[in-house]
Design a protein. Structure first.
Length: 68
């Protein structure tokens, strides 16, 4: 008789180990990425996320809303 293989168990274990290593070494990975890019990645996140709507676009939107 053949025993059932438990190879299906290895995949979740490998994923969990990879996630744990990524979590533990996240700062080191981030530092390496900054060096590779040659700039600080936090500069991008400090820029304002929202840009103002141009006057022309605002007028077009108001016109569309008035038509309804």
């Amino acid at each position: 008789m053949r025993k059932k293989s438990k190879s299906w168990l290895f995949f979740p274990v490998i994923v969990l180990i990879a996630a744990l290593l990524l979590w533990l070494f996240w700062k080191d990975i981030e530092r390496l990425a900054r060096r590779a890019l040659g700039k600080d990645m936090t500069e991008q996140s400090q820029k304002p996320a929202r840009e103002g709507i141009s006057e022309e676009d605002r007028k077009k939107l108001e016109e569309i809303l008035r038509k309804r």
